[in-house]
Write a protein that binds this ligand. Structure first.
Ligand code: AFP
Length: 291
Protein backbone atom coordinates (compact mmCIF):
# COMPACT_ATOMS: atom_id res chain seq x y z
CA UNK A 1 0.00 0.00 0.00
CA UNK A 2 1.57 3.32 -0.89
CA UNK A 3 2.08 5.56 2.16
CA UNK A 4 1.71 9.33 1.98
CA UNK A 5 5.18 10.70 1.48
CA UNK A 6 6.96 13.96 2.00
CA UNK A 7 8.16 13.96 -1.61
CA UNK A 8 10.96 16.38 -0.92
CA UNK A 9 12.73 13.71 1.11
CA UNK A 10 16.06 12.24 0.07
CA UNK A 11 14.20 8.92 -0.13
CA UNK A 12 11.91 10.28 -2.86
CA UNK A 13 14.88 11.87 -4.63
CA UNK A 14 16.72 8.56 -4.58
CA UNK A 15 13.71 6.79 -6.05
CA UNK A 16 13.53 9.35 -8.88
CA UNK A 17 17.24 8.78 -9.55
CA UNK A 18 16.71 5.01 -9.53
CA UNK A 19 13.82 5.35 -12.02
CA UNK A 20 15.89 7.54 -14.39
CA UNK A 21 18.88 5.18 -14.18
CA UNK A 22 16.58 2.17 -14.60
CA UNK A 23 15.08 3.60 -17.79
CA UNK A 24 18.57 4.37 -19.16
CA UNK A 25 19.67 0.82 -18.32
CA UNK A 26 16.67 -0.61 -20.22
CA UNK A 27 17.32 1.30 -23.46
CA UNK A 28 19.69 -1.30 -25.04
CA UNK A 29 16.99 -3.96 -24.66
CA UNK A 30 14.38 -1.59 -26.10
CA UNK A 31 16.58 -0.91 -29.13
CA UNK A 32 16.88 -4.68 -29.58
CA UNK A 33 13.09 -4.99 -29.29
CA UNK A 34 12.68 -2.34 -32.01
CA UNK A 35 14.95 -4.41 -34.27
CA UNK A 36 13.59 -7.86 -33.41
CA UNK A 37 9.87 -7.27 -32.79
CA UNK A 38 8.76 -5.40 -35.88
CA UNK A 39 5.49 -7.19 -36.50
CA UNK A 40 1.90 -6.37 -35.58
CA UNK A 41 0.61 -7.93 -32.36
CA UNK A 42 -3.01 -8.22 -33.54
CA UNK A 43 -4.10 -6.27 -30.45
CA UNK A 44 -5.02 -2.67 -29.66
CA UNK A 45 -4.12 -0.53 -26.64
CA UNK A 46 -6.76 0.93 -24.28
CA UNK A 47 -7.17 3.98 -26.55
CA UNK A 48 -7.70 1.83 -29.63
CA UNK A 49 -4.28 2.23 -31.30
CA UNK A 50 -2.86 -0.87 -33.02
CA UNK A 51 -0.09 -2.39 -30.89
CA UNK A 52 3.16 -3.60 -32.40
CA UNK A 53 5.03 -6.46 -30.81
CA UNK A 54 7.73 -3.89 -29.99
CA UNK A 55 5.18 -1.81 -28.01
CA UNK A 56 4.33 -4.82 -25.86
CA UNK A 57 7.97 -5.89 -25.44
CA UNK A 58 9.07 -2.38 -24.39
CA UNK A 59 6.16 -2.20 -21.93
CA UNK A 60 7.17 -5.55 -20.40
CA UNK A 61 10.83 -4.51 -20.09
CA UNK A 62 10.05 -1.25 -18.33
CA UNK A 63 7.43 -2.77 -16.01
CA UNK A 64 9.86 -5.45 -14.85
CA UNK A 65 12.73 -3.01 -14.33
CA UNK A 66 10.74 -0.25 -12.62
CA UNK A 67 8.54 -2.33 -10.30
CA UNK A 68 11.78 -3.87 -9.05
CA UNK A 69 12.78 -0.48 -7.59
CA UNK A 70 11.93 -0.33 -3.85
CA UNK A 71 10.44 3.17 -3.90
CA UNK A 72 8.15 2.55 -6.89
CA UNK A 73 4.56 1.74 -5.89
CA UNK A 74 2.81 1.54 -9.28
CA UNK A 75 3.52 1.24 -13.00
CA UNK A 76 1.01 2.52 -15.56
CA UNK A 77 1.40 2.69 -19.32
CA UNK A 78 -0.37 3.67 -22.52
CA UNK A 79 -0.25 0.00 -23.52
CA UNK A 80 -2.24 -1.46 -20.64
CA UNK A 81 -5.72 -0.88 -19.19
CA UNK A 82 -4.83 -0.92 -15.51
CA UNK A 83 -2.18 0.27 -13.08
CA UNK A 84 0.15 -2.46 -11.75
CA UNK A 85 0.69 -2.01 -7.99
CA UNK A 86 3.31 -3.21 -5.51
CA UNK A 87 4.76 -1.82 -2.27
CA UNK A 88 6.46 1.53 -2.62
CA UNK A 89 5.76 5.26 -2.65
CA UNK A 90 6.09 6.86 -6.09
CA UNK A 91 4.14 6.23 -9.28
CA UNK A 92 5.55 5.83 -12.82
CA UNK A 93 3.43 6.44 -15.92
CA UNK A 94 4.93 5.74 -19.36
CA UNK A 95 4.51 5.62 -23.07
CA UNK A 96 7.02 2.79 -23.46
CA UNK A 97 7.47 3.18 -27.21
CA UNK A 98 6.26 6.48 -28.63
CA UNK A 99 6.02 6.73 -32.42
CA UNK A 100 5.90 2.99 -33.07
CA UNK A 101 4.26 3.65 -36.44
CA UNK A 102 7.74 5.00 -37.35
CA UNK A 103 9.25 1.57 -36.77
CA UNK A 104 8.64 0.30 -40.32
CA UNK A 105 10.30 3.33 -42.01
CA UNK A 106 13.04 3.32 -39.35
CA UNK A 107 12.24 6.91 -38.31
CA UNK A 108 12.56 8.48 -34.84
CA UNK A 109 10.93 6.78 -31.85
CA UNK A 110 11.15 7.19 -28.12
CA UNK A 111 10.03 6.52 -24.57
CA UNK A 112 8.17 9.03 -22.40
CA UNK A 113 7.89 8.82 -18.60
CA UNK A 114 6.58 10.73 -15.60
CA UNK A 115 7.20 10.10 -11.88
CA UNK A 116 4.18 11.17 -9.80
CA UNK A 117 3.70 11.56 -6.02
CA UNK A 118 0.13 10.20 -6.33
CA UNK A 119 -1.33 7.14 -8.07
CA UNK A 120 -2.67 7.87 -11.59
CA UNK A 121 -5.05 9.09 -12.85
CA UNK A 122 -3.75 12.25 -11.20
CA UNK A 123 -3.15 15.91 -11.96
CA UNK A 124 0.10 16.97 -13.64
CA UNK A 125 1.16 19.16 -10.71
CA UNK A 126 1.81 15.88 -8.87
CA UNK A 127 4.79 15.23 -11.11
CA UNK A 128 8.17 15.06 -9.36
CA UNK A 129 10.15 14.39 -12.53
CA UNK A 130 9.62 13.60 -16.20
CA UNK A 131 11.72 12.69 -19.20
CA UNK A 132 12.00 11.06 -22.56
CA UNK A 133 14.41 8.88 -24.53
CA UNK A 134 15.03 9.33 -28.28
CA UNK A 135 16.12 6.17 -30.16
CA UNK A 136 17.81 8.04 -32.99
CA UNK A 137 21.22 7.65 -34.63
CA UNK A 138 22.33 7.73 -30.99
CA UNK A 139 20.27 7.12 -27.85
CA UNK A 140 19.71 10.37 -25.97
CA UNK A 141 17.68 11.13 -22.84
CA UNK A 142 16.16 14.36 -21.54
CA UNK A 143 15.22 14.52 -17.83
CA UNK A 144 13.47 17.35 -15.97
CA UNK A 145 13.53 17.42 -12.17
CA UNK A 146 13.53 20.19 -9.57
CA UNK A 147 13.06 22.89 -12.20
CA UNK A 148 16.09 21.96 -14.31
CA UNK A 149 16.43 19.97 -17.55
CA UNK A 150 19.42 17.77 -18.32
CA UNK A 151 20.30 16.03 -21.59
CA UNK A 152 22.30 12.78 -21.63
CA UNK A 153 23.84 10.45 -24.18
CA UNK A 154 23.07 6.82 -23.26
CA UNK A 155 25.60 4.15 -24.26
CA UNK A 156 25.19 0.52 -23.22
CA UNK A 157 22.60 1.64 -20.70
CA UNK A 158 24.89 4.18 -18.98
CA UNK A 159 24.08 7.87 -19.26
CA UNK A 160 26.53 10.77 -19.44
CA UNK A 161 25.41 14.39 -19.27
CA UNK A 162 25.91 16.55 -22.37
CA UNK A 163 23.86 19.58 -21.27
CA UNK A 164 23.07 20.39 -17.63
CA UNK A 165 20.73 23.29 -18.33
CA UNK A 166 18.51 22.69 -21.38
CA UNK A 167 16.38 25.76 -22.15
CA UNK A 168 14.05 26.54 -25.03
CA UNK A 169 15.97 29.00 -27.31
CA UNK A 170 14.48 32.52 -27.36
CA UNK A 171 14.35 32.73 -31.17
CA UNK A 172 12.03 29.95 -32.42
CA UNK A 173 12.85 28.10 -35.62
CA UNK A 174 10.63 25.01 -36.05
CA UNK A 175 7.00 23.91 -35.84
CA UNK A 176 5.19 20.59 -36.02
CA UNK A 177 1.39 20.19 -36.09
CA UNK A 178 -0.36 16.81 -36.13
CA UNK A 179 -3.85 15.78 -37.14
CA UNK A 180 -3.89 16.98 -40.74
CA UNK A 181 -5.01 20.36 -42.07
CA UNK A 182 -8.44 19.07 -43.18
CA UNK A 183 -9.21 17.98 -39.60
CA UNK A 184 -8.21 21.23 -37.90
CA UNK A 185 -10.66 23.76 -36.52
CA UNK A 186 -10.88 27.07 -38.37
CA UNK A 187 -9.17 28.87 -35.48
CA UNK A 188 -6.22 26.46 -35.38
CA UNK A 189 -5.93 26.53 -39.17
CA UNK A 190 -5.54 30.32 -39.17
CA UNK A 191 -2.91 30.08 -36.41
CA UNK A 192 -1.08 27.38 -38.41
CA UNK A 193 -1.21 29.59 -41.53
CA UNK A 194 0.58 32.39 -39.64
CA UNK A 195 3.17 30.05 -38.13
CA UNK A 196 4.06 28.28 -41.37
CA UNK A 197 5.22 31.61 -42.84
CA UNK A 198 7.44 32.24 -39.80
CA UNK A 199 8.98 28.87 -38.93
CA UNK A 200 10.32 25.70 -40.64
CA UNK A 201 8.17 22.53 -40.69
CA UNK A 202 9.56 19.70 -38.57
CA UNK A 203 6.91 17.00 -38.10
CA UNK A 204 8.10 13.40 -37.94
CA UNK A 205 5.22 11.42 -36.45
CA UNK A 206 6.83 10.81 -33.05
CA UNK A 207 6.33 13.57 -30.50
CA UNK A 208 9.53 12.75 -28.61
CA UNK A 209 11.66 13.56 -31.67
CA UNK A 210 9.54 16.56 -32.66
CA UNK A 211 9.56 18.06 -29.16
CA UNK A 212 13.31 17.42 -28.95
CA UNK A 213 13.56 19.68 -32.03
CA UNK A 214 11.57 22.38 -30.18
CA UNK A 215 13.88 22.07 -27.14
CA UNK A 216 16.91 22.29 -29.45
CA UNK A 217 15.83 25.02 -31.91
CA UNK A 218 12.84 26.71 -30.29
CA UNK A 219 9.35 26.67 -31.77
CA UNK A 220 6.00 25.00 -31.20
CA UNK A 221 4.60 21.47 -31.34
CA UNK A 222 0.92 20.62 -31.31
CA UNK A 223 -1.51 17.81 -31.73
CA UNK A 224 -4.56 20.06 -31.56
CA UNK A 225 -8.24 19.50 -30.95
CA UNK A 226 -9.80 18.32 -34.23
CA UNK A 227 -13.26 19.07 -35.65
CA UNK A 228 -14.08 15.37 -35.36
CA UNK A 229 -12.09 14.83 -32.16
CA UNK A 230 -12.27 17.80 -29.73
CA UNK A 231 -10.21 15.83 -27.20
CA UNK A 232 -7.31 15.45 -29.67
CA UNK A 233 -5.21 12.28 -29.91
CA UNK A 234 -2.52 12.36 -27.23
CA UNK A 235 -2.89 10.93 -23.73
CA UNK A 236 -2.81 13.29 -20.73
CA UNK A 237 -1.09 10.99 -18.25
CA UNK A 238 1.52 9.36 -20.46
CA UNK A 239 2.35 12.13 -22.99
CA UNK A 240 0.78 15.49 -22.10
CA UNK A 241 1.84 15.84 -18.48
CA UNK A 242 5.45 14.59 -18.86
CA UNK A 243 6.14 16.67 -21.98
CA UNK A 244 4.53 19.76 -20.40
CA UNK A 245 6.67 19.32 -17.27
CA UNK A 246 9.83 19.10 -19.40
CA UNK A 247 9.04 22.08 -21.68
CA UNK A 248 7.90 24.29 -18.77
CA UNK A 249 11.01 23.34 -16.78
CA UNK A 250 13.03 24.46 -19.85
CA UNK A 251 11.38 27.89 -19.82
CA UNK A 252 8.63 27.22 -22.37
CA UNK A 253 4.86 26.89 -22.02
CA UNK A 254 2.28 24.15 -22.37
CA UNK A 255 -1.45 24.35 -22.96
CA UNK A 256 -4.56 22.28 -23.60
CA UNK A 257 -5.92 25.37 -25.35
CA UNK A 258 -6.89 27.14 -22.13
CA UNK A 259 -4.33 26.43 -19.37
CA UNK A 260 -1.11 24.60 -18.56
CA UNK A 261 -1.40 20.90 -19.29
CA UNK A 262 -0.09 20.30 -15.77
CA UNK A 263 -3.39 21.62 -14.42
CA UNK A 264 -5.35 18.96 -16.32
CA UNK A 265 -6.75 16.48 -13.78
CA UNK A 266 -7.91 13.42 -15.77
CA UNK A 267 -10.86 11.36 -14.47
CA UNK A 268 -9.71 8.34 -16.46
CA UNK A 269 -6.23 6.87 -16.89
CA UNK A 270 -6.29 6.98 -20.71
CA UNK A 271 -7.95 10.36 -21.16
CA UNK A 272 -6.81 12.35 -24.21
CA UNK A 273 -6.09 16.08 -24.52
CA UNK A 274 -5.33 18.69 -27.15
CA UNK A 275 -1.63 19.50 -26.70
CA UNK A 276 0.35 22.68 -27.46
CA UNK A 277 3.97 23.06 -26.32
CA UNK A 278 6.86 25.44 -27.06
CA UNK A 279 8.08 29.02 -26.75
CA UNK A 280 5.85 30.95 -24.37
CA UNK A 281 4.87 33.68 -26.87
CA UNK A 282 3.92 31.11 -29.52
CA UNK A 283 1.70 29.24 -27.04
CA UNK A 284 0.23 32.55 -25.78
CA UNK A 285 -0.66 33.41 -29.42
CA UNK A 286 -2.20 29.96 -29.88
CA UNK A 287 -4.44 30.38 -26.82
CA UNK A 288 -5.49 33.85 -27.99
CA UNK A 289 -6.33 32.56 -31.49
CA UNK A 290 -8.45 29.59 -30.39
CA UNK A 291 -10.26 31.43 -27.59
P1 AFP B 1 2.20 6.02 -32.53
O1 AFP B 1 2.95 5.68 -31.29
O2 AFP B 1 0.95 5.23 -32.72
O3 AFP B 1 3.07 6.02 -33.75
O4 AFP B 1 1.67 7.52 -32.35
C1 AFP B 1 2.63 8.52 -32.08
C2 AFP B 1 1.89 9.69 -31.48
O5 AFP B 1 1.22 9.29 -30.33
C3 AFP B 1 2.82 10.87 -31.21
O6 AFP B 1 4.10 10.50 -30.82
C4 AFP B 1 2.84 11.61 -32.52
O7 AFP B 1 3.11 12.99 -32.39
C5 AFP B 1 1.43 11.37 -33.06
O8 AFP B 1 0.94 10.18 -32.43
C6 AFP B 1 1.45 11.15 -34.55
O9 AFP B 1 0.10 11.01 -34.93
P2 AFP B 1 -0.24 10.96 -36.50
O10 AFP B 1 0.25 9.62 -36.98
O11 AFP B 1 -1.74 11.10 -36.55
O12 AFP B 1 0.47 12.11 -37.16
Amino acid sequence: MSKSLDTSTSEAEQTVTDVVDGIAATTPDVRRAIADHRGQSNSVNPTGDDQLAADLRADELFERRLLDIDGVATYASEERADVKATDGRLHVAMDPLDGSSNLEPNSGMGTIFGVYSERPPTVGTNLLAAGFVVYGPITSMVVARKGRVHEYIVEDGDKRVVDDDVTVPDDPTVFGFGGGVDSWTEEFESYAEEIRHELKLRYGGAMVADINQVLTYGGVFSYPELESRPEGKLRVQFEGHPMAYIVESAGGRSSDGNRSLLEVDPDALHERTPLYLGNDDLVDRLEASID
